[in-house]
Ligand binder design. Structure first.
Ligand code: SF4
Length: 429
């Protein structure tokens, strides 16, 4: 990419780009720690992302950073990269490839469909940082996806602040792509992505009623059977305090319904525990919800007030030690559920995508695992089977722990060796 190469260690890097988050105080602290680590290990540090909007916070903690830019400001990041590590002129590589600039490994890429959000969740300041929903027309998004696939991408990660609201600001305007009309809305986008023959994974899907419409597309294999859907809580009174709209009391029924339409569906969600006013009884109701919902992957935060958020004015804040204790109980309850759901996959065959080769192992992910946030599938005979990053492969699952699965490339009994990726049924690509 512009003659630069992405490397995995501080040692090998000529400069480090740190992507930050400024959403809640713990994310700010984590971002500042990451910058500090990069400063100590490498010294040439370029900071970007949400926290870049609060440059003074970064400058105060780390005055030596080379540059600070806000979210989506790729131009500033590249300008800073050019200044820190001037590009060598090479007429053969200086032209940008037609799939553009990508800050992820070659085989997966984030596909941004919109920016901003029209909600006003009381704990969140994203709308004030990023503004109202602004969607990209569907043909533009699909053309970018097409370019990425041509450039070698095998998995598209659809991101936004609110994927379900996609296109509402454009009144779901129909546009043409590959000679066919597609509306600028989530379902039509999924139909278009389904034409590309790669994995497409939906992130930040807000639980609106029309989410139900994309589940059949998951069952048909148009997009991955994976929903990253932040529920935040399960008790209607707390959700009301959070100013989360929608029919919050039907969540369990909806999850059951989704699973009956698409049994392979993986549901990932996030929750906030210790929100102001959350009683012990309400927290226990949340734990009961976890038992009932049997979600596959769950992230949780103890509520922490964000500067400028309306929730700070709510009465009855939960004391810090109670928050910490609830978070631990919540995570313990979910750990058992996640582990049991992974264990149930032992003995099955899962289609996976390979991320890396590590000695004899191939580190891969199944359809249920998004990069960075979910688990992995460690393929014990991955190197022997000749796998390389970006390959799709069917893996026989032989073991599991709380987060990850372990297995081997499905064995060809006749040839008495593992199947090679090229020999698998060409379901994808
Ligand atoms: S939906 Fe709520 S939590 Fe998500 S970005 Fe919008 S305001 Fe923030």
């Amino acid at each position: 990419m512009e003659g630069y190469e992405l490397v995995q260690t501080y040692e090998d890097a000529d400069a480090v780009v740190v992507n930050t988050c400024g959403f809640i105080d713990s994310a700010v602290a984590e971002s500042l720690d990451a910058i500090g680590e990069a400063m100590a290990e490498n010294g040439k540090v370029i900071v970007t992302g949400c926290l870049g909007k609060r440059a003074e916070v970064i400058r105060e903690a780390h005055p030596g950073v080379l540059s600070i830019s806000g979210p989506q400001d790729y131009a500033s990041v590249m300008e800073a990269v050019h200044a820190a590590v001037p590009p060598r002129h090479d007429p053969f590589v200086d032209l940008l490839p037609d799939y553009g600039l990508k800050l992820t490994p070659k085989h997966y890429a984030y596909l941004k469909i919109s920016e901003g959000c029209n909600h006003g969740c009381s704990f969140c300041i994203i709308p004030s940082m990023r503004g109202k929903l602004a969607s990209r027309p569907v043909d533009e998004v699909l053309r970018e996806a097409e370019r990425l696939v041509r450039g070698g991408v095998r998995e598209l990660l659809v991101v936004s602040q609110d994927t379900s609201a996609y296109g509402a600001d454009l009144r779901y305007e129909p546009r043409e792509w590959r000679g066919k009309a597609y509306q600028t809305r989530m379902k039509a986008l999924c139909e278009g992505l389904g034409e590309l023959g790669v994995w497409s994974r939906l992130h930040y899907v807000y639980p609106y009623p029309h989410v139900d419409e994309v589940i059949p597309l998951m069952a048909e294999g148009k997009v991955l059977p994976y929903l990253d859907i932040p529920f935040q809580h399960a008790v209607p009174r707390v959700l009301k305090l959070m100013k989360r709209p929608g029919a919050v009391d039907r969540t369990l029924e909806r999850i059951r319904n989704w699973r009956s339409m698409c049994p392979e569906l993986t549901v990932r969600s996030t929750f906030i525990v210790g929100f102001p006013g959350e009683t012990e009884a309400e927290f226990e109701e949340l734990l009961d919800f976890l038992d009932e919902a049997q979600l596959d992957r769950v992230g949780a935060f103890a509520y922490s007030p964000v500067e400028g958020a309306r929730a700070n004015e709510l009465p009855d804040p939960v004391p810090e030690e109670v928050k910490a204790e609830r978070l631990a109980r919540f995570m313990e309850r979910q750990a058992g559920i996640s582990a049991a759901r992974l264990e149930a996959k032992v003995g099955t065959v899962q289609r996976c995508i390979v991320d890396a080769i590590d000695g004899e192992l191939a580190i891969a992910r199944s359809m249920a695992d998004a990069p960075e946030i979910d688990g992995t599938v460690q393929i014990q005979n991955g190197w022997f089977a000749g796998l390389k990053p970006g390959d799709f492969v069917d893996v026989e699952i032989m073991g599991s722990d709380e987060h990850d699965l372990f297995g081997e490339v499905a064995f060809d009994e006749e040839a008495e060796r593992p199947l090679r990726p090229g020999e698998l049924p060409a379901v994808l690509v």
